[in-house]
Design a protein around this ligand. Sequence first.
Ligand code: ATP
Ligand code: MG
Length: 587
Amino acid sequence: MTAIQWFFSFLKKYRLNLIIALILVTIASGLTIINPYISGIIVDDVIKGGHKELLLHLVLLLIITTLVRSIIRYTYLYMFETTSQKMLYTMRDYVYRRFLEEDFTFYNKNRTGDLMSRQTGDMDAIRHFVAFVIYSIYENALLLCFALIMIFTVDYRLALCMIAVMPITVFITSKQLKAIKPAFHNIRKHFSSLNTAVQENVSGNRVVKAFAKEDFEIEKFNKENDGYRDAELNAAAIWRKYVPVFEFLSSSLTFILYLAGGIMVVKGSITLGKLVTVSGYLWMLNNPLRMAGWLANDYQRFVTSVEKIYTTIKEEPVIKTPGNAIGSKRLKGEIEFKHVNYRAEDDVILTDINFKIQPGQTVGIIGATGSGKSTLMNLLCRFYDVTNGQITIDGINIKDMDLYRLRSNIGMAMQDVFLFSDTIEGNIAYGNPNCTIEEVKEAARIADADAFIQNMPDGYDTIVGERGMGLSGGQKQRISLARALLKNPSIVILDDTTSAVDMETEAHIQNELGALSNRTVFIIAHRISSIKDADVILVLNNGKIVESGNHDSLLAKKGYYHTVFNHQYGEFDKYLKTKQKGGKYNG
Ligand code: ATP
Ligand code: MG
């Protein structure tokens, strides 16, 4: 499917509306023939022929045609506008759903500003095309044909003189279309970059301020702003060259008419009334010629935008629910990784991962930063697909499962906490909006968030901003944990979820989590204290599981885990001893 075919697939639904509206355009254009024709009759029959009694009737006819034409014009303008809005609504909705379906790879590839431009500026170019350009092209083509036909009926020699200009117009319009295309692509590119610059600066505003980089950011933004302005000016420079040509061509019709027509009237081969009629049709020829350049511009702008949107969303997401998905509604949570490898582009991220977890077990994952802990969990949720090997839950390959069912069984508190601009209650209940406030409070209590939420100005109704404004890092983490738990999932993933809370709070959360039965829990952490009670601990290094076992067996191995333990608890012991002696601890 091409981009334009994709666009027409949306327009198809409204074809009846469009056909009716185009019929109205045809009628209105047809009616425009009448007035010049009547003017000719007034000159020849009333003024020169002396049939004064006809004048009133003819003027009345002029008024009625103008009135009817105005009403019809109002109706079709209204129809095109509403059709364009309705079509755009459907298209925006489709594109938005598509954005939601897309996988992590898509979001790694596309900048937020680009995606926002697709939904705003590009959509507007399409709306303008449906609301204005379609009928304008049709109307102008009709006016041109009607006028030519009418001039032919008056005098074929005059008509032939006028037709001589047409091939030149067609040639120049096609030249302009070709010349302006790259310029519009350039505009769209710069518009997206400008959007990205604004979006990044607004959401990264605190970093900009903290590093006092306002001047640097203004300079960066100015570059984008210059780029966008230059792209627009460049396009304007191209069509500016063509505008005078179209102006000249349309005016040349007037010269031709009065030269050729004047000679004919003087020689007596046509009447003065006929010349008045033809000059009445002149604007119907002029207007399309004058509009050709503008419409070519708008058309190219529309094509560019449709292509931009279509190329953004045309690739099907790689990670999809298979046709015949299997698996029960609620999973038990028996998880097995079999020879799992994961590569991103050419980087080897995970190598030969093997482990099996029984339902209800708690798994601790520890390892250096960048060792692949989050990636391991991203594979389990199918945010990415394994390159080799397989992951099974309850014996079923996750690739054969319904994606929605898989993810609704997993409650994940991500490392990078994101809170929506909503109340705290809305944020916690995100995965389970039909739950009661008591359930929200219970989840918050387990996450040790209930107390601080109660102390907030509006309690659970407190609005937290775009990125959880006004909350500390640990508070955000606990809201995110409550959100993961409220889903009542059979698998819980806590990715670095207690890293920003103090040890006491962490111990409280762990006690509460320990009391929850029937859940397989993954805890990713850097602190041994967070995972030491886990049934199984996986130690990752460089994308490989280098050790596994429980706390005691790992300590006995005296390997990586033992070193980390000594490092963390050795320091703690030193701290305690120094404190007991009343000294100052220096790290
Ligand atoms: P941390 O403790 O800092 O959270 P981690 O163990 O969770 O680290 P991962 O986020 O799993 O580490 O990343 C492991 C490696 O994979 C890193 O080197 C990272 O740069 C790389 N990586 C992760 N995701 C991608 C991706 N989508 N494309 C390319 N490389 C990736
Ligand atoms: Mg991580």
